[in-house]
Design a protein. Structure first.
Ligand code: LLP
Length: 386
């Protein structure tokens, strides 16, 4: 699967993207959407905004879910039309709101009363009407890592269910906002679909309730969160999109109403791997360390969320004996550890290792701590090295 002969002249560490798999993943999503014309996907740029990846995603016609002015610009630069760009986040600055208004984006997903008031004010100054959706915090536990759960009342995200009436009433009195919809996102890397069933029920209840009060919403946005199989990337390279969309078929959409999805990880995670070189193999008292040239500056998920990415020795022969290693990076922090007790085909200095399923929240979360260089990207398309 890895064109390792092509890797020989490439400086490590780098991200390798399997563009063929990305294409197949996008095709699987399109296939499920074909029978559901009111379902629209806005790709969550936060997962990966690498230019080549974004171009591919823009090419299939998805919209963009953005959380900063930088992401709004990147989406527009990739050719995603403004009317398919939505802008979320608890702390949008005035400049970022102006940028969205100037470009005529589809929607601001509003997370608080003060934000709604500022959007109205800025839109008024600019002589515009801002399209807004309200991000509802439905208090549903997504049963995922506590750092990536977002939909319970303990989280900073969204407007509590108890305040949503007040916010909608306020919006109705403001002259420069237009109510476009309701927005939800309960968390990321969900491997159990039950929370989505609960979300669908909540949406149905809210639609009935607000319809009775004469308020209709052109769009309902249920966020992202579909998980991927980090344990078996080769066995499950493409997530179960059909099963995922099916959970939302329970929502009783009204005539002309659209259902929006903000998929990030499930679109790009499996197509990316972080390729790193072993610098030293060091024998400790009780443990053997494979010290590699990538660190948490290149892939922070293990250090930040105790995430595990499968690791493969790409250089070892098939019949190489297996040994057990702690795979660690060069950064001066104990959390700079990709895996403990990892079984790997015997590792030698100079071997290339692949950290799998790293296409989402990998390269985009890289930093320059310790004044390290940012990792480069390499694609499986001929001539596409940088
Ligand atoms: N929509 C909203 C409002 C979000 O906050 C997120 C992710 C998404 C959509 C996309 O969710 P996805 O389909 O990718 O699960 N850095 C963490 C994940 C943080 C997710 C933040 N929000 C990680 O590496 O696991």
């Amino acid at each position: 699967m890895f064109p390792i002969e092509d890797f020989s002249g490439v400086k490590t560490p780098f991200y390798y993207y399997d563009m063929k798999l990305l294409g197949e993943t996008l095709a699987a999503i399109k296939k499920s959407l074909a029978s559901r014309p009111s379902y629209k996907v806005h790709y969550a740029l936060k997962a990966n905004a690498n230019g080549a990846i974004l171009d591919e995603i823009a090419g299939v016609g998805f919209g963009a879910d953005c959380v900063s002015g930088g992401e709004v610009r990147a989406a527009l630069d990739a050719g995603i039309p403004a009317e398919k760009v939505v802008f979320a986040g608890v702390g949008k600055t005035d400049d970022e709101i102006r940028l969205g208004l100037e470009n005529g984006i589809a929607c601001f997903n509003v997370e608080s009363i003060p934000e709604l008031e500022v959007i109205n004010e800025l839109a008024c100054e600019m002589g515009k009407k801002a399209p807004v959706a309200f991000r509802v915090n439905p208090n549903i536990d997504a049963h995922t890592h506590k750092y990536i759960t977002t939909g319970t009342s303990e989280n900073k995200f969204g407007i509590p269910m108890t305040q949503i009436g007040e916010v909608i009433s306020l919006a109705q009195t403001l002259g420069n906002v237009e109510i476009k919809g309701l927005h939800f996102h309960i968390g990321s890397q969900l491997t159990d679909m039950t929370p989505y069933a609960m979300l669908a029920e909540t949406v149905n209840r809210m639609l009935d309730e607000w319809e009775a009060k004469g308020v209709t919403f052109p769009t309902i946005n249920v966020g992202g969160g579909l998980g991927i199989d980090y344990n078996d990337p080769d066995g499950n390279p493409i997530p179960d999109f059909e099963g995922y969309f099916k959970m939302f078929d329970a929502i009783k959409l009204r005539d002309g109403q659209e259902l929006h999805f903000e998929l990030g990880r499930s679109v790009v995670a499996q197509c990316g791997s972080l390729i790193t070189r072993v610098i030293y193999v060091k024998q400790g008292v009780n443990r053997k360390f494979a010290i590699v040239d990538a660190g948490f500056t290149d892939l922070i998920r293990p250090a930040l969320y105790q995430a595990h990415h499968n690791i493969e020795n790409l250089t070892a022969e098939n019949d190489a004996p297996v040994d057990v290693y702690d795979v660690v990076g060069p950064i001066c922090e104990s959390t700079d550890c990709f895996a403990r007790d990892e079984k790997l085909a015997e590792v030698k200095r100079g071997d290339l290792l692949a950290l799998r399923s790293a296409g989402a929240y990998g390269q985009i979360m890289a930093s320059q701590y310790n004044l390290r260089e940012l990792p480069a990207s390499f694609y499986d398309l001929p001539g596409e090295k940088n």
